[in-house]
Design a protein. Structure first.
Length: 587
């Protein structure tokens, strides 16, 4: 089979037919609306996750005081978006912050509960906007590479559980992924028409992506190289191609610099972002956007230190080389994995459907990002490899379209698998953070294997509602993050030994990878399955006096969450590392 050109050969230079018919436009709009409904309803349902309050405080400091150092490991660009949402939702909050040069009213916990929820939704709407636009750009990128593949790319993006989970939060990962989706689209656009007016938007997109999170930065080299070849392919001279690439790089740098208010300063290697933590002694500068440099150096340092993590029954701070293989195996829908398997078989059987530069553009970055994250100590769940998703989704859509067109016997299979992937994701709505596929036993079985950024404290609002509806006066609760009282939870700290009867609410994270209690603290309770689960992330136990006596005596056999191949229940205390107190919200 002959390979396809990277862009439609019969179109005039610079012309892109993305929405070629009203039918295409209508279907694309329908997917966009459905995705928006899912994202907004998820954002409205979930309480604040671990990192969000700090990002919102940083956004307010940035908007009102020009203070970019506050939480500067989170780059300025997403915080501008979060702050814009807060400004629209709660103008009085900005007035309160403007009256002092210090951290003032908390953007969430200082407000009445209804306003707190509105503020959180408004901040999250910025990320939702980025997510929706990214879907349109992936539609366009896939359509340029293979006409007819655009809708499939948009569907795979829109209904991915990881997209729905992180696209509905005021966090950084989707901003990096969305920025890279824009870079991909504009690289293909530059290949069709190389000019100043295509390379400036490319530079803007590259700046937005790399200025949103460190994980997007490695793609910059690939993008620059591809942009050079795109210009040369369009007949530009070597000098003009070089100048166009330099224009894109300078534009990207200016975007990052502008996001930090065009500030110039010294980079303090001994106290990055004013945290007192550093990589070495010394300073250098002055340099533009010094806090952006300090922010990503701080992330490098955190990568060296590692996070307290959990995988397959073990806890560790040094990570596992196979961590992200397990993440992909358990956090991607089974149907999408089947589609990927069919695509790989088609690729091996029929050869490439794209020229090698385009295929390298789509596959190199995902491969190296997953490899780098697997070899490092910073292993915090699927969100850290989310920026790779746009590239692989476009490749998968192209291969899926190829199967549909060229193998009639696969048409029904491809259609069925795509529909099944959507159903597998949407069926647990709005609990997408706790998505685990059928291989893991769904969200009930998944935490026994993996609990990194799944239980992120997102169900405190639901726990408060459960407590009120059930009239629970005495609740023993294992707080994980945030301010439970602000959501209406009244509680005492859950006990590490069977002394008192009552209602117990345990975060899955605190059971499997405890942060605020010693390892094994709740093993006396989790000998038995929970009586109820809230949002799949909080285990509810109703312990009366009789049950308390039974639990005091212990139960022979494994805990409810143990599984074949995992360390035995009683050995867990020996293998678990002590949880260290930390103020780092990302751990």
């Amino acid at each position: 089979m002959s390979t396809l050109p990277l862009s439609p050969a019969n179109d005039p230079p610079g012309r892109i037919r993305i929405f070629g018919t009203p039918g295409k436009l209508g279907l694309c709009t329908l997917v966009l609306v459905l995705q928006a409904v899912l994202l907004i309803s998820t954002a409205w349902d979930k309480s604040d996750t671990t990192d969000e309050p700090d990002y919102l405080i940083g956004a307010l400091a940035q908007w009102t005081h020009g203070d970019y150092q506050n939480n500067c490991h989170a780059p300025a660009i997403p915080r501008w978006g979060f702050g814009l949402g807060l400004r629209i939702s709660d103008p009085a909050l900005f007035a309160e912050w403007g009256e002092t040069n210090e951290v003032s009213s908390h953007p969430l916990y200082s407000r009445p509960r209804v306003q707190m929820r509105r503020n959180l939704l408004s901040a999250r709407l910025a990320t939702i906007f980025v997510t929706l636009v990214a879907g349109l750009l992936l539609y366009g990128a896939a359509e340029m590479l293979r006409p007819g593949a655009g809708l499939l790319a948009q569907i795979l993006w829109a209904f991915s559980p990881s997209t729905l989970a992180h696209g509905s939060l005021a966090t950084l990962d989707m901003w990096a992924a969305g920025g890279l989706a824009a870079v991909l689209f504009l690289l293909l656009r530059a290949e069709q028409r190389s000019s100043v007016w295509t390379f400036i938007p490319l530079g803007i997109a590259l700046g937005l992506a790399t200025g949103s999170k460190l994980t997007a930065l490695p793609f910059a080299g690939i993008a620059v190289l591809y942009a050079w070849f795109a210009a040369r392919k369009n007949g530009e001279t070597a000098l003009r191609s070089f100048l166009l690439v330099i224009l894109a790089i300078v534009t990207a740098a200016l975007v990052i610099w502008a996001s930090f208010g065009f500030g110039v300063g010294m980079v303090d290697l001994a106290s990055l972002c004013g945290t007192g933590r550093g990589l070495s002694e010394g300073r250098f500068g002055p340099v533009p956007a010094s806090l952006w440099i300090e922010g990503w150096l701080l992330q490098v340092r955190r990568g060296q230190v590692g996070f307290f993590n959990y995988l397959l029954g073990e806890t560790s701070r040094t990570g596992w080389p196979w961590f992200y293989l397990v993440v992909l195996a358990l956090k991607v829908t089974v149907a999408a994995q089947i589609l990927a398997g069919l695509a790989i078989v088609a690729r091996l059987k029929w050869g490439a459907s794209l020229k090698w530069p385009a295929e390298a553009l789509l596959l190199l970055y995902p491969f190296f990002l997953v490899l780098a994250m697997s070899l490092g100590n910073t292993q915090a769940g699927v969100r850290y490899i989310l920026p790779a998703f746009p590239f692989f989704i476009v490749w998968l859509a192209i291969q899926g379209r190829r199967l549909f067109e060229n193998a009639p016997r696969f048409r029904v299979a491809v259609s069925f698998v795509v529909a099944l992937a959507c159903f597998e994701s949407v069926r647990i709505h709005p609990h997408h953070l706790m998505f685990f596929n059928l291989f893991a036993g769904g969200p009930e079985g998944g935490p026994r294997y993996l609990i990194s950024s799944e239980d992120w404290g997102q169900d405190q609002r639901r726990l408060a509602a459960w407590q009120a509806e059930n009239g629970v006066k005495r609740l023993y609760y294992s707080r994980y993050n945030g301010n439970p009282e602000a959501w209406g939870i009244t509680y005492r700290q859950a006990l590490c030994e069977p002394r008192l009867a009552g209602k117990y609410a345990l975060h899955a994270t605190e059971v499997h990878r405890p942060k605020r209690v010693r390892p094994g603290c709740f093993d006396w309770i989790t000998q038995e399955p929970p009586d109820e689960r809230i949002g799949h992330s909080i285990y509810i136990y109703r312990i009366d006096d009789a049950r308390l006596e039974r639990l005091k005596n212990g139960i022979a056999g494994p805990a409810f969450w143990s599984a074949p191949g995992l360390p035995p229940y009683r050995d867990r205390l020996k293998t678990a590392e002590p949880a260290q107190p930390t103020n780092d919200p990302s751990q």
